[in-house]
Design a protein around this ligand. Structure first.
Ligand code: NDP
Ligand code: MG
Length: 383
């Protein structure tokens, strides 16, 4: 029996993680979880999974839950509550499916508390991958990827020698606007951006897929998870989202992991690793029915955010922190219909251009650069 603490339980990955737990009641149990503002969603989860500790974003939500459930459950809120859920003593594993760099502190604390980490929250690895991986090494804690591309690479690397890897090849569906020219992108609407062709995901990552920043964040995520230089991490367009990523070895042999676009597959693999379990309700991959798979070179001029991410990643230090914070602030503004789509990349570029990089930023420095970058981006939006 594995006890789980789940951050971001009311979100897209959170809900699918609960589905995996629900399907395997003898193997997984929910010890603690966090939600943001969706208090009705949190109530449903408490009734079904009866966890011991629950944290939500705000005190008002926390008070509502306390009134309803009394002392049967312990409640917390805000950043402190998020950390308390992450380090909850009964939990063996932290599944981090919260959105954004708010996931960094709870991840570091959970590593220190010796929890195995299953991570979907890529912003945490982008903003401070060096701190997360350093702490994981120091405390001998596994960081297991949930992001489908990284889960694919992780599976391809099982039983292999890392020194024999020539290249990681991360696939990208291209997002909602993959067939539009840059001129056409100038006028796209939020509702069109939210219409992803292959995956149903939270709003922020769906926009990141449309700008291709998601692939940029994933390149940086792969750099940290698999300890490879950016020169050995490539991306390729693959419309069908069937090949989830590939690894090329020194003998030019290439391994790939395939499957239907169903996030429960990588989520469950992280939970059950190194074993596999049946996945009720998921469709088998029928290649004969699909017939053809397509691959296409990535055009970095067309997908400018990917270029910015490679540049920030290669400079390293605090640059990826700025990239991530500027992107989070700009995407929020786009979702609130305060800026047009192409302004997202311009705001990120401006934030990067004014930043004097710091080589090995500590946690405090990262938190202050993150906050400062967000307010800089917001200051540009109000004019
Ligand atoms: P969602 O927006 O669907 O869910 C986000 C979750 O985080 C919700 O539970 C939300 O709470 C909570 N949350 C948001 N902001 C805060 C905050 N400030 N404090 C506390 N809780 C907060 O996102 P996704 O599930 O799509 O994505 C989660 C992470 O997983 C992201 O990092 C994303 O990049 C990554 N990922 C997602 C994939 C997907 O298929 N969705 C695939 C691969 C990676 P509430 O809703 O209650 O307000
Ligand atoms: Mg992904």
């Amino acid at each position: 029996m594995k006890w789980i603490s789940l951050l971001g339980a009311t979100g897209s990955i959170g809900t699918q993680t609960l589905d995996v737990i629900r399907n395997h009641p003898d193997d997984f149990k929910l010890a603690a979880f966090s939600a943001g503002r969706n208090i009705d969603g949190a109530k449903k989860i408490i009734r079904e999974f009866q966890p011991e500790f629950v944290s939500v974003a705000e005190k008002a939500g926390c008070d509502r839950l306390r009134t309803e459930f009394g002392s049967a459950v312990t409640f917390g809120h805000g950043e402190e509550g998020l950390v308390e859920a992450a380090v909850y003593p009964k939990a063996d594993m932290l599944v981090n499916a919260v959105l954004g760099s708010v996931g960094l502190l709870p991840t570091l604390q959970a590593i220190e508390a010796g929890k195995t980490i299953a991570i979907a929250n890529k912003e945490t690895l982008v903003t401070a991958g060096h701190l997360v991986m350093e702490e994981a090494r120091r405390h001998q804690v596994d960081i297991l990827p949930i992001d489908s591309e990284h889960a694919a690479i992780f599976q391809c690397l099982q039983g292999e020698n890392k020194d024999e890897v020539k290249r990681l090849i991360i696939t990208a569906s291209g997002g909602s606007f993959r067939d539009l020219s840059r001129e056409e992108l100038a006028h796209v609407m939020v509702k069109d951006a939210l219409n992803h062709p292959n995956w149903s995901m939270g709003a922020k990552i769906t926009i990141d897929s449309a700008t291709m920043m998601n692939k940029g964040l994933e390149v940086i995520e792969a750099h940290w998870l698999f300890d490879l230089p950016f020169e050995q991490i490539d991306t390729i367009l693959h419309r069908e989202s069937i090949v989830h990523s590939l690894v090329e070895f020194r003998d030019n042999s290439v391994k790939a992991q395939l499957g239907t676009p169903d996030m429960r597959i990588p989520i469950q693999y992280a939970l059950s690793y190194p074993n596999r379990m049946a996945l009720p309700g998921s469709n088998r991959l029928d290649l004969a029915e699909i017939g053809q798979l397509h691959f296409q070179k990535m055009d970095k001029a067309r997908f400018y955010c990917l270029k910015l991410a490679y540049e920030a990643g290669k400079i390293g230090g605090s640059m990826p922190t700025v990239l991530n914070a500027a992107n989070e602030a700009a995407v929020t503004a786009f979702l609130e219909e305060k800026i047009p789509f192409l302004r997202i990349e311009q705001l990120i570029e401006k934030a990067l251009a004014r930043h004097n990089g710091i080589k090995h930023p500590d946690l405090e420095t990262i938190q202050s650069i993150d906050a400062e970058t967000r307010s800089f981006v917001r200051s540009l939006i109000s004019f």
